[in-house]
Unconditional design. Structure first.
Length: 241
């Protein structure tokens, strides 16, 4: 499980990293400021982000948490040394997946991480995607984005259990799911899997480079063909090998 930590106190950050690692989780990144944290989280795709409420003072962590929830699929756990009712009330408004008080107890940390990931995963299974005949609606935080099937040019796996759908404008739509399930159960039959990490929309295929074993799309993208998927690709495209 991948964890990202936002904590401005160097000693607290070091201690928290040690506790996370001791529980068998992977710390994939950390930050002692709120600047440029969101783009980093969007790139690294953690399962859980631990956020100090008072990073850089005055509850800035609460606003950061709201932005993380709105723009990523990560669960958010607040960490604070405060227990005042107003702070707790403000924190609840950000809809975190858990709340830990310093010094963080390892058992509480593990329980909160596991529960947050379980709740987050089940929420996405139930509500992240709504599939219609010609489009799907992807939920990202509080935003609902409509993506037409005809506008999806290819699909790729960026990290375990995360699939990115790329539209014709190269806009990524990230969902928590497996590539096998997305192509087999969500997308229509015009999509084929070419590789363990890629799938394409047949309507965008321009040609196949047999020497390089790549599918070239009308959008100038080159997608690899895996050996175990070559037969299926050729059959779907009615090519006699």
């Amino acid at each position: 499980m991948k964890i990202f930590i936002v904590e401005d106190n160097a000693s607290h950050l070091k201690l928290l990293k040690a506790k996370v690692n001791s529980l068998g989780y992977q710390v994939i990144g950390s930050s002692q400021t709120i600047q440029q944290v969101l783009p980093t989280i969007q790139q690294t795709l953690p399962d859980v982000v631990l956020v100090d409420i008072n990073i850089q003072g005055e509850n800035h962590g609460i606003q950061l948490a709201k932005e993380i929830k709105e723009n990523t699929n990560a669960a958010v756990l607040f960490i604070t040394s405060q227990s005042e009712s107003q702070v707790i009330s403000d924190a609840v408004a950000a809809a975190p997946d858990g709340y830990l008080v310093k010094p963080v107890d390892p058992a509480d940390l593990k329980a909160n991480i596991e529960l947050a990931v379980f709740k987050n995963a089940n929420n996405y299974i139930e509500s992240q995607i709504q599939v219609e005949d010609e489009f799907l609606t992807v939920r990202t935080g509080e935003k609902l984005q409509v993506l037409q099937f005809k506008d999806i040019k290819y699909i790729k796996v960026d990290a375990k259990n995360y699939v990115t759908l790329l539209d014709v404008n190269d806009k990524p739509f990230v969902i928590r799911d497996s590539l096998k399930h997305v192509i087999g159960s969500i997308l229509p039959q015009g999509f084929i899997r070419t590789h363990h990490s890629y799938g394409v929309n047949i309507d965008y295929i321009l040609f196949i480079d047999e020497r390089e074993q790549t599918v070239h799309l009308k959008t100038n993208d080159a997608i690899p063909i895996g050996k175990s998927f070559k037969k299926e690709v050729y059959e779907k495209m009615n090519i006699k090998s």
